[in-house]
Design a protein around this ligand. Structure first.
Ligand code: PD2
Ligand code: ZN
Length: 292
């Protein structure tokens, strides 16, 4: 007598997806030698599981902000990034130094040249203003002690130099350039930090709505390091036990929303206090839809 193993379940799921009826699948299993009660129970259980998955997908699609997954419930579907140890990103070969699967983190070297990093720093120096964060209640941008950097924002495609960088980052992340927010450059002096936070807009916070309305939820972040930091300033993921040291021209990518619009609580991260020297970074946040 055959047994119900993973291969049988996979076969059942694929036939349910293709529209076969429960009766037809029970008949097929009985024809293959399964006992009829077992066949009926197995087919019913597979239909129940498929219905539950459909309902979860529909709920996620109907939820404007996505769904913050409970610990251990986030499903790690494949990130859009290319495989391999070197990724051709438009006009540049980028080295992959580290990949972490849970949460999804990739560390890169050689994303930007020394000259490009220097240019971004010099352009930004006169524009810096104290950084803000999104107010959880009303969505306004407030100065708070958790984030003590200074920053400058750039409109997407503001000039040819920025456009070229944006094309490269879009190619590296394999995500449309139109879904990217404008670049933001940040400077951290000694002691400055960005305490642990999420880059996605938490669905439970009313202030998230106004931000989601423009391009949908954030799905991933690319943090580019514009200088070497003598001590401190790491990008850390406290619940994953991962810490990335800034290296000029390198970057860290992390992805926190999957295709079912679940949000990954393991993507909690921060910028550690700078202990010596200063830290310059540039961030590219990307949305699920076009950010206009
Ligand atoms: O400063 C950092 O390393 C950092 C890391 C992750 C900054 C941010 N996120 C951010 O500005 O969101
Ligand atoms: Zn962040």
């Amino acid at each position: 007598m055959p047994v119900v193993n993973d291969a049988v379940k996979t076969w059942l799921n694929s036939h349910i997806d293709r529209g076969f009826s429960p009766a037809a699948l029970v008949d097929a299993m009985v024809g293959a030698g399964f006992e009829s009660e077992l066949a009926r129970a197995t087919v019913n259980a597979s239909f129940d599981a498929a219905d539950a998955a459909d309902a979860a997908r529909a709920a996620a699609a109907a939820t404007p902000c996505g769904i913050e997954a409970a610990a251990g419930q986030y499903r790690y579907d494949p990130a859009p990034l290319a495989a391999g140890n070197v990724i051709r990103a438009c006009d540049r070969d980028v080295k992959v130094l580290m990949r972490c699967e849970r949460p999804q983190i990739v560390v890169f070297a050689d994303v930007m040249s020394d000259e490009e990093c220097g240019e971004m720093i010099e352009r930004s120096r006169p524009l810096l203003k104290r950084s803000t964060t999104v107010n959880p209640e009303n969505g306004s941008r407030d100065v708070i002690p958790n984030r003590t950097s200074e920053g400058a924002w750039y409109h997407r495609g503001a000039d040819a130099f920025l456009e070229r960088l944006e094309q490269r980052f879009a190619s590296l992340m394999n995500w449309p350039v139109e879904n990217g927010e404008g670049l933001q450059v940040l400077r951290y002096g000694i002691g400055a930090e960005y305490r642990a936070h999420f880059d996605y807009f938490p669905p439970s916070q009313t202030g998230s709505g106004v931000h989601i309305a423009r391009g949908g939820q954030r799905v991933a972040t690319l943090v580019l390091y514009l200088n070497d930091v003598a001590t401190g300033g790491e990008t850390f993921f406290p619940d994953a036990g991962v810490s990335v040291a800034p290296q000029r021209g390198g970057a860290v990518y992390f992805r926190y929303m999957n295709g079912a619009r679940q949000l990954d609580p393991l993507s909690l991260h921060g910028g550690a206090p700078v202990l010596e020297g200063e830290k310059w970074i540039m961030t590219k946040w990307v949305r699920e839809g076009v950010f206009a």
